[in-house]
Design a protein around this ligand. Structure first.
Ligand code: PAF
Length: 282
């Protein structure tokens, strides 16, 4: 496994492989890798000749300086895990290598960018599109792998790729969970032991709400999830939207479509760690 830190070095390694007709898989990450990332890398290794993993905490997608500062960084452990998983190339650039000049590009994809995370994290998806489009342009992958925990992010990246990289296949991969159901996230390590125990209620209530939904309206189900989680000490639901899985628009009732996903963001504990999760109803 090779580790490179600049775009020219990355392209030096990849050009001959691409010319030789090798299929390239890309797994973009911000490091602090866990079993969720490992599942993406393993899938890429299985489906491609060459797997590139980028490890870069992208400053342009953070709209909160404290969040950027405390984002966990574990480069040695990340490299060890990636070696074990069979990744071929790790791209670990500095901020200067990724942004030699400020990136002033503005991305806007109506609908998918205007809901849920969009208005609550102004600039976040623009930053995601900036970095991911730079990675797509530098790596020129055949396939790129993203976890479904960031359900809205996949919809935004799909829209961006459709416009700028139409030949690229975006591969969504299922959420990986702890044994107690908590969706794996690099942010989970920021929770205290007691908060971590309480956090298991996020997925527990979401899963329970699928049964609840069978004899309750969409509005009642939404309120049930929000009220139950808000009643937990130190927990505050930022939003819980039950949406069309493709357009991400909120739905009035269960009958409108057969593609329905509930997306939630919860602030947890003293440090208000922001955790997201989602559940499919149909
Ligand atoms: O999902 C993430 O970890 C990031 O948003 C991504 C896609 C690696 C872009 O920085």
């Amino acid at each position: 496994m090779q580790v490179v830190r600049t775009i020219p070095a990355l392209q030096d390694v990849l050009s001959p492989l691409r010319q030789a007709g090798k299929k390239i898989g890309l797994v973009p990450t911000m490091g602090a890798l866990h079993a969720g990332h490992a599942s993406l890398v393993a899938r890429s290794v299985e489906e491609n000749d060459v797997t590139v993993v980028s490890v870069f905490v992208n400053p342009t997608q953070f709209n909160d300086a404290t969040d950027l500062e405390r984002y966990p960084r574990t480069p040695e452990a990340d490299e060890a895990l990636l070696r074990e998983l069979g990744a071929d190339l790790v791209f670990e650039p500095t901020v200067e290598a990724m942004y030699p000049e400020p990136d002033t590009r503005q991305f806007h994809y109506d609908g998918v960018m205007d809901v849920m995370e969009g208005p609550r994290r102004p600039g976040h998806f623009n930053g995601v599109c900036q970095v991911v489009s730079k990675l797509f342009a530098a790596v020129e992958p055949d396939r790129a792998y993203f976890g479904e925990k960031d359900f809205q992010q996949i919809a935004v990246i799909r829209a961006m790729a459709k416009e700028l990289f139409p030949a690229l296949e975006i591969v969504p991969c299922p959420i990986v969970r702890e044994a107690d159901g908590l969706a794996l996230s690099s942010r989970n390590t920021l929770l205290s032991a007691d908060e971590r125990k309480l956090a298991t209620n996020i997925s527990r209530i979401l899963f329970f709400s699928r049964a609840y939904a069978r004899n309750h309206s969409l509005e009642e189900t939404r309120n049930f999830v929000v009220d139950t989680l808000n009643s937990l000490e130190g927990f505050e639901v930022e939003y819980f939207e039950i949406v069309d899985g493709c357009s991400l628009q909120s739905l009035p009732d269960w009958e409108v479509t057969n593609d329905i996903v509930g997306c939630i963001t919860v602030y947890c504990g003293a440090k208000r760690v922001r955790l997201i999760d989602n559940v499919r109803y149909k």
